[in-house]
Design a protein around this ligand. Sequence first.
Ligand code: 13P
Length: 251
Amino acid sequence: MSRIIIAGNWKMNRNIGESIDLANSIKRLLYDVEEVEVVICPPYTSLSDVREVIMETNIKLGAQDCYWEKEGAFTGEVSVPMLKDVGCEYVIIGHSERRQFFNETNEIVNKKAKAVLKEGMRPIICVGEKLEERKNGKTFDIVKGHVVNSLAGLSREEMLKAVIAYEPVWAIGTGVNATEGQAQEVHKYIRGLLEEMFDADAARSVRIQYGGSVKPDNIKELISQEDVDGALVGGASLKADSFVQIVKNCL
Ligand code: 13P
C-alpha cells in the first residue's frame, strides 16, 4: 500500500456523462502512476458508471457518505453493503459539510465508521475546526473531540484500515489553505492522540490526509511535512488536469 493517498471529493457535482468523461481523463493521464494511491469519490448516481471506467486500473472508488444500517426502512439512505456492491473501497465519513448542514455528530460519524470497517472497507474520517474555533484557540480541543469520539471503540486492527482527513473548515473552498506549518502542527497532534488511544506503531501507520484548498501549487509543501500523508481534494478534483497534477506533484 502506498503511503501517500490523494482522494478527490467531487461533492454534489457532475452528472453521469460528465463523471464518465472526468474519470476517463484521469485514467488516461494517470495510467502509469503507481506510487501514489488515488481515490475518486463521485456522487452516488455516478458510482456504477465510474466503476466501469476505472476497472482494472490503480484508481480506487470511494463514496462521500453512507448510512450505518445494512438495509431496511430508511428512505433515501444508502448502506455500506450497497456501496461495496457498486465497487467502493473507501467511504468519506463526517465531512464538515455533513456535520454543518446535516447535523452529523461524532456519535453518528462513529457509527458510520464502524459500519464501513465491518464490511472490510476503509473510512476516510474527516475532522477539523471552524474559523471561529481557531480564532478562540480551540483548534486542538475541537480536533481532539472529533478524533477521540469518532474513533471510539475501534480496534487497533480497524484503526489501521482507516484514514483520517484533517480539513480545517476555514480552508475548504476558500482558496486559503492551511500553511504547511499549520497542517503539520495539527497532523502531529492527531498522531499523538492516536498513540494515546492505540500505540506508537499504529499511530505511525495511520495515514493522515490534509484537505482544504489543495492545489497543484501547494501540494508539494504540504506533502513535504512529516505527518502529512496525502490530501482530500475538493474543487481541484473536478478538473482532470489539476487533480492529475496534484497526484504527479507527490511523486
Ligand atoms: P476544496 O479543495 O474545494 O477546498 O475542498 C476540500 C474538501 O472539502 C475535500 O473534502
